[in-house]
Design a protein around this ligand. Structure first.
Ligand code: NAP
Length: 312
């Protein structure tokens, strides 16, 4: 065993870094573990304009500010770690990565979520050759090209608008005739004349040669198929929680999101879940950082209560 911490935080996005700041600032021995570098999903957002006090900031810049803030405190970082297993059964929780065996009195799960795939023919084949799940990473490849964005939520609308910085035309394909995105985002979309919305349609197939050339759309009202020539496809049809490591160990909802109470405690005492991986009613950076703060404070209270119990 490498070391026993007070708190291990799994995941270095806004929720995880906020938890780390609160935990280390509260003088708990804190470790943060991530399969990648720090930053999480916002690192891929073009712009964040609903984080109070920041007005308008690139997602990457905000993530960098969180990391700098975290670095003011003593937080042990274990990045680019391949996690082999997590054991939540005993009082001391164990996180085994390929290189380390870490243990802690409390665990805060901030593993976030990943994009759901369309699961249509051609999606896997053309991944990285026209199919992308990250407009910020790949938008530059679509200069003066035509791309399709799929979905009707905040991500689809925001990323469609972002892509118009490069692309000459964006088709926004939505399976209904009403968006679920916030009204303010819908209003912004209306004033973007590079975006054409195709309602009541789903993508049935992605085709091309070396790269994407076209997609087959199905009108869900008429059942008719049509061909649309595009150079790229950006599916933004929702997210799936990164919670598989905890299956069978923690209570989850039908979609795999980890159930918590309002102190972020999961079904296992001393194990907390924060941000997009939990069953939260709102998935934003502001709610993720709030979750992180609540979890770190209640992890501290859990450890204090355990000490009191020992001394009785
Ligand atoms: P989302 O809100 O769940 O929206 C997913 C969209 O994809 C919905 O419009 C849905 O259609 C559509 N969809 C789902 N499955 C589909 C399929 N198989 N084929 C075609 N379309 C499909 O997901 P999201 O936009 O990725 O956002 C995830 C979370 O992050 C949300 O809570 C969102 O509010 C939050 N977020 C917030 C911001 C912000 O505040 N600025 C930015 C990005 C994301 P239906 O509408 O018909 O169900």
């Amino acid at each position: 065993m490498d070391k026993t911490f007070d708190t291990i935080i799994l995941g270095g996005g806004p929720a995880g870094m906020s938890a780390a700041i609160y935990s280390a600032r509260g003088l708990c021995e804190t470790a943060i573990v991530d399969t990648c570098t720090l930053g999480g999903q916002p690192s891929n957002y073009m712009e964040i304009d609903n984080y109070p006090g920041m007005m308008k900031l690139g997602g990457f810049d905000l993530a960098e500010k969180f990391e700098k803030h975290m670095d003011m405190y003593k937080v042990s970082k274990f990045l680019m770690q391949e996690i082999e297993y997590i054991d939540l059964r005993s009082e001391i929780k164990v996180v085994k990565t390929k290189e380390h065996t870490l243990s802690a009195k409390t665990l805060i799960i901030a593993t976030g979520a990943r994009p759901i795939h369309l699961n249509v023919e051609g999606e896997e084949k053309f991944a990285g050759r026209g199919v992308s799940y990250c407009a910020v990473c790949d938008g530059g490849f679509f200069k003066d090209k035509v791309a399709a964005v799929v979905g009707g939520g905040n991500s689809a609308l925001e990323e469609a608008m972002y892509l118009t910085k490069f692309a000459k035309k964006i088709y926004l394909i939505h399976r209904r005739d009403e968006f679920r995105a916030d009204k303010v985002i819908q209003e912004r979309l209306k004033s973007n004349d590079k975006i054409e919305v195709i309602y009541n349609s789903t993508v049935e197939k992605i085709q091309g040669d070396e790269v994407v050339k076209s997609i087959i759309l199905k009108n869900v009202k008429t059942g008719e198929n049509s061909l649309l020539e595009v150079d790229g496809v950006f599916p933004y049809i929702g997210i799936h929680p990164n919670s598989e490591l905890f299956s069978g160990q923690l209570e989850q909802d039908a979609k795999g999101f980890i159930m918590t109470d309002n102190t972020m405690n999961t079904s296992v005492p001393g194990v907390f879940a924060v941000g997009d991986v939990r069953n939260t009613p709102l998935r934003q950076v502001i709610t993720a950082v709030s979750d992180g703060a609540v979890a770190a404070v209640y992890a501290g209270k859990y450890m204090e209560a355990a000490v009191v119990k020992q001394n009785v």
